[in-house]
Ligand binder design. Structure first.
Ligand code: HEM
Length: 501
């Protein structure tokens, strides 16, 4: 009997051992497959990192520098301008190759399509404009462009609204003992964007919206771990409460512009000179709308986020760079003083005209140089729609591809002495924000930024009033960290005073 049990338990142990071995083999095979993904052709060099996590942790490791993020820098040195990796569970090819970047931007919808990792899409919304393709994408983009493109920016009301926001903010800040510039500029740009997009919003709602977006942005480029206490968690919570407010505002506006029509149904009244929400309501209440409520909500969410986060980072960096480079500040001040001195005496308003704005050449160079160094979008993501062969490598269909603007903008062969702030390098390149092989701060091709002109207008008007009417001094902070997005972890504290001549 005893021998029988011993034989049985021996057989059980043997079976368990075999099972364990099989499991181990399976894990080894999975790890091998992970490290050597299937590909017809030759994959670019590089490592896929650990199973599932890939190289995500290294990608998000912070560094106190404006330089190309360490993650990319080290791999470029080791593997060359095209390498493979795995980020947040996806195989990705990273490109610092100017020809491949150009191809990615030019072949949008043909060989490549806009794609961001799931965690990012979850943050920005499944129906956001970046997720739309084909005709719907073009329709949405045109809708935004009609509102934020140069034609509508040159309207008197747009310049006046930006001016009003800038002048009242600077005036308030000049009465305060200290201002944390990043936070203050973010609030200014955010309120202006809310005003342009949603019109007048009750102060209590505007406050919730602003707080939600600030929480949202804090965790935007963070490791996607949805657990209380993590940056990603507060980011998602921020998104949820911002979306609630946007939904309420949309519903209320819909009710306020819909009246009983002659045919018995409801009709939408057209309000002239309205905010962006009015344009949105016109679209979603059409008989056969191309834009759904969800798309409209995600679009407004993305526009609010894109407009305040990016512009405020760029402006804060511009002010810091100007303070650190007094000779550039001097040149910029001369440009703006000249605008004032050449202004016709007795003009009705002392506001900036479109012609004056267009004459701000040094300002435009300062802005281009700032966004080149800022690299606010540290990576621009796409997906390969088919197997793509390039320079002997294959990018398999379905893989992500990350165009890396910092690797282009900080390449010494393209921009000599790349970490030096030298706006004059953009002399005689006025139209560069449309994107080129060497400048992609606002993206490139079909997907390039719709808000680039709006952002430049705001920055120019801000710089105009700052340098002609105020002086400021640094009180502390201003440390720059890449994570890999640009951050000012200790803020940038200044004291700002009105200058009386
Ligand atoms: C300094 C300021 C800004 C920078 C550096 C910037 C940068 C960028 C970049 C790099 C892209 C391309 C993303 C891609 O190809 O996947 C982009 C797209 C976009 N930007 Fe901006 N942006 C700025 C300001 C703004 C503003 C003020 C708005 C809104 C009014 C805006 C709205 C958008 C939208 C809606 C897209 C998506 C376009 C598409 O998918 O076709 N941006 N931006």
């Amino acid at each position: 009997m005893c021998a029988y049990y011993m034989r049985l338990s021996g057989a059980g142990a043997f079976a368990a051992l075999v099972l364990l071995m099989l499991l181990l083999l399976l894990l080894l095979y999975a790890a091998h497959r992970w490290r050597n993904p299937r590909c017809i052709g030759r994959l670019p060099p590089g490592s896929m990192g650990l199973p599932l996590v890939g190289e995500t942790l290294q990608f998000f490791s912070p560094e106190a520098s404006l330089d190309v993020p360490r993650f990319v820098r080290h791999r470029l040195a080791r593997h060359g301008p095209i390498f493979k990796t795995s980020l947040v569970g996806h195989p990705v090819v990273v490109s610092a190759d100017e020809k491949l970047n150009y191809m990615v931007f030019q072949q949008e919808g043909q060989l490549f399509q806009s794609w961001y990792p799931d965690s990012f899409v979850e943050i920005l919304g499944r129906d956001n404009v970046g997720e739309q393709q084909g005709a719907t994408f073009k329709y949405l983009k045109n809708m935004v462009f009609r509102y934020f493109g140069p034609e509508s920016l040159r309207e008197e009301s747009m310049i006046r609204d930006v001016e009003h926001a800038v002048r009242s903010s600077l005036c308030t800040w000049s009465t305060m003992p200290a201002v944390e510039l990043k936070e203050a500029v973010s609030a200014m740009v955010f309120d202006l964007s809310v005003n342009k997009l949603l019109g007048l919003v009750e102060p209590s709602r505007s406050k919730i919206l602003r707080r939600s977006f600030f929480d949202f942005v804090r965790g935007l480029i963070s490791f996607p771990l949805y657990l209380p206490g993590t940056a990603y968690y507060s980011c998602m919570k921020g998104r949820q409460s911002a979306m609630e407010v946007l939904r309420e505002v949309l519903e209320e506006r819909k009710r306020s512009v819909q009246v009983p029509g002659t045919g018995g149904g409801m009709e939408t009244i057209r309000r002239h000179g309205g905010d962006f929400l009015d344009h949105v309501i016109q679209e979603i209440t059409k008989e056969k709308p191309l834009v759904t409520d969800r798309m409209a909500l995600d679009l407004m969410f993305v526009l609010l986020f894109a407009s305040f986060h990016t512009t405020s980072l760029a402006l804060t960096l511009a002010v810091k760079l100007l303070a650190d480079h007094p000779h550039v500040l001097e040149e910029l001040t001369v440009e703006h003083e000249t605008i004032l001195s050449e202004r016709k005496a007795g003009r009705e308003s002392d506001g900036i005209t479109w012609m004056e704005y267009k004459s701000m050449n040094i300002t435009s160079q300062v802005i281009n140089e700032t966004v080149r160094l800022a690299n606010i979008a540290p990576g621009i993501f796409r997906k390969a729609l088919k197997d793509i062969r390039f320079k002997g490598f294959t990018i398999p269909a379905g893989w992500g591809i990350m165009v890396c603007p910092p690797a282009v903008h900080l390449n010494p062969d393209i921009y000599p002495d790349p970490l030096t702030f030298n706006p004059a390098r953009f002399k005689d390149k006025p139209d560069i924000n449309r994107g080129s092989r060497y400048f992609m701060a606002f993206g490139g091709g079909l997907r390039s930024c719709v808000g680039a002109d709006f952002s430049k207008l705001q920055m120019s008007i801000f710089l105009h009033f700052l340098v002609t009417r105020y002086r400021w001094k640094n009180l502390g902070g201003g440390k720059i960290v890449r994570n890999p997005g640009l951050e000012f972890p200790d803020g940038y504290h200044i004291q700002i005073r009105h200058c009386d001549y």
